[in-house]
Design a protein around this ligand. Sequence first.
Ligand code: GRF
Length: 260
Amino acid sequence: MEGMGSACRPDATAHEPGVGGLTLNAYNIMRRPRLVARRQAEKVSASLSSSPTRAALSVVILISGRGSNMEAIVRAVQAGRIPNVSVRHVISNVADAPGMETARQHGIECSAVSDMGELAAKLRQLKPDIVCMAGFMRIVPPEIVREHTVLNIHPSLLPMYPGLHAQRQALEDDAKWSGCTVHYADEGVDTGPIIVQYAVPVKPGDTEEALSGRILEKEHVAYPHAVMLVAGRIARERAQVTGSGGGGGGGGGGASTGQR
Ligand code: GRF
């Protein structure tokens, strides 16, 4: 989603106390990343495993190209690391996106769409519980984010460096840290409540390619983590609605929020 213009929000960090130019959320994740992530993962995984929801929660992934984040989510689901979740479909706005072939190799059904109207119709038909934009280079229309729970991944510690070439922006800014963010998509570009952030150092002499590669490694951890947190939230909310308990998973994620 990043890339189609940039809604820079220079005041956004003002809402949270910052540490060394980073949001408090990013700072905490850097200080205790493994402990925080492991505790959340244990809680949410337990909640999903004990979920009374019979059918697995369905995930549809939107891609435009390589699809490595899509594959990271698929692998995590297939390895049982995101219990009670199923990747049902991959949709690309680029008919020959390499990620489509990767998805097929994993046994996932794929479709290409030629415009956002077709995408909206396809999603209405599929009725996914979660839609993941993973390198999807189109702005999705407002009705899609209103009708579905839509997540996006961006290669920076938002709200820093939204929009195109986030890694280049970090280098040009002489940032000491960058990373990736998975967030709920709203009607803006790279805005919306943050679910998880993973930080990486920017090293002296880094090229855009080197920094992108270091961030991408974290993206492949961050996206499955975020899907697990959001699936856990949905499972707990449904359990509360049906009054059936739903396991004691706390979870919540870095800034996991109860949006939509
Ligand atoms: C990733 O860096 C992601 O953050 C950005 O686009 C890239 C997509 O990579 N939105 P891939 O297609 O998932 O390999």
